[in-house]
Write a protein that binds this ligand. Structure first.
Ligand SMILES: Cc1cc2nc3c(=O)[nH]c(=O)nc-3n(C[C@H](O)[C@H](O)[C@H](O)COP(=O)(O)O)c2cc1C
Length: 413
């Protein structure tokens, strides 16, 4: 069945985490994944070990175009233990379908013995649970009580449908048709979009990203390895929350995120000028890896190779973040980044205070999976009054979400 346009737009670009437990109706989830993919959603799947007896991870992995997660401790995958945290942070909606009596009981009690139940404890997004089981199981007081407990905690529960059951009986316990689960999920996503959009609706967000280049002569420059990915992801996350986003970007190979105004610059001075003309922003996130030094006397013509050694005299570049800090309005949220290889926390804290920031995001390019040129990052957020939030290794889009979630929620801690 084709999905209608409104549903398509509410699921488009949304991140759906589908948790499948070991009930006979697990086979229907293949179709559910198809509905979301057709609507333009990104889908990741977690399965209980017993669910893999009913439908293969290969089927779900192929349809979702993503790795299927089953074990909390997969072999030979350094660092992947953190996925139970990062998947929960990543998702816009976590759907458990089918939810077995066993998994419901674990969700109620906070059990954490497989990837699905672990993810459930870390999900910050809305959760939709779709129980499916034999009629007598479904009406058992323990299952009824478990569903009531989940509802009381704000979990959306989709009632099982009445009809022929795999046991041969007729009664209530069937998993709703995938299209109905999809429609319910779209309704939840719409509500979430409305509340999320509200969080930066009408706000202006200024982000810098990428490296800057300092000319030595017309063909050579000083720069660094920044690709701009982290800043672009923050701009994308802010735009998704409805902000008017201005992205001041050094040279990168990245496409402009949707609904983001991009201003391209090369030098630190150009970045300073562009930032100053948008310094009225409500939220400012300075991610760019700005060059700290610039040649004192850049040459107008190409410096010839003449066999002699040369020294390049450098002077400090203009301090973009420091200037923003000194002119910061009380209502403005100013977030800086610190890339430190040694004494990270104390250096970052001193930068936080010196530059009058609200938050600083610390990362260390020497740590595995962090810093330049990786798709992942591992950061620690330091706020005023000693606030400290250590995030696990996550993809940069997840890190961007977590940074906004933390700093917007606890802006002036
Ligand atoms: C053929 C078969 C079908 C089953 N169907 C269901 C079901 O629809 N719902 C349910 O709650 N349990 C069902 N079970 C029992 C679960 O598979 C069992 O409780 C399992 O431990 C669930 O583990 P999980 O929740 O970690 O996936 C079924 C078991 C078998 C053998």
């Amino acid at each position: 069945m084709d999905t209608n346009l409104t549903q398509t737009s509410s699921a488009q670009s949304r991140r759906i985490l589908l948790g499948i437990s070991g009930g006979i109706a697990a086979y229907k989830t293949a179709e559910l994944v198809r509905h979301f993919k057709k609507a333009g959603a990104e889908v990741k799947v977690v399965m209980t070990p017993d669910a893999t007896r009913f439908v293969t991870p290969l089927t779900l992995g192929t349809l979702s175009e993503n790795e299927v997660h089953i074990e909390i401790f997969p072999e030979n995958e350094a660092g992947s233990w953190t996925k139970h945290v990062s998947l929960g942070l990543w998702a816009d909606l976590f759907i458990v379908a089918p939810a077995t009596a066993q998994t419901l009981s674990k969700l109620v009690n906070g059990a954490c013995d497989n990837m699905l139940t672990a993810v459930a404890l870390t999900a910050r997004c809305p959760v939709l649970v779709c129980p499916a089981m034999d009629h007598d199981m479904y009406i058992h007081p323990s299952v009824v009580a478990n569903l009531d407990t989940l509802r009381a905690r704000g979990v959306e529960v989709m009632e099982a449908e009445h009809g022929a059951l795999a046991s041969g009986l007729i009664g209530q316990g069937r998993l709703p048709e995938p299209i109905h689960i999809f429609e319910t999920a779209c309704g939840i996503l719409e509500k979430r979009a409305a509340s999320r959009t509200g969080s930066l609706q009408g706000k202006k967000v200024l982000v810098t990203a990428g490296p800057t280049r300092e000319a030595i002569d017309p063909v050579r420059y000083i720069s660094n390895h920044s690709t701009g990915t982290m800043g672009y992801e923050i701009a994308r996350s802010a735009a998704r929350r409805g902000a008017d986003v201005v992205l001041v970007s050094g040279p990168t190979a990245l496409a402009t995120p949707e609904n983001v105004r991009r201003i391209d610059v090369e030098s630190t001075q150009q970045m300073y000028d562009a930032v100053q003309s948008h310094a009225d922003a409500d939220v400012v996130v300075m991610v760019a890896a700005v060059a700290d030094f610039t040649p004192e006397m850049p040459s107008d013509s190409k410096i010839k190779k003449d066999g002699t050694a040369r020294a390049l005299a450098l002077k400090p570049t203009i301090d973009i973040l420091g200037a923003l800090g000194s002119q910061k309005r009380p209502s403005q949220l100013l977030i800086g980044f610190a890339l430190e290889t040694d004494n990270g926390e104390s250096n970052a804290r001193s930068k936080l205070e010196r530059k009058n920031l609200d938050w600083i995001v610390l990362n260390n390019p020497k740590e595995k999976g962090a810093g330049f040129g990786t798709t992942t990052n591992k950061v620690t957020l330091l706020g005023t009054s000693g606030a400290k939030v250590e995030l696990p290794l996550m993809s940069k889009d997840e890190v961007a979400e977590a940074i906004l979630e933390t700093t917007l929620g606890k802006a002036n801690r």
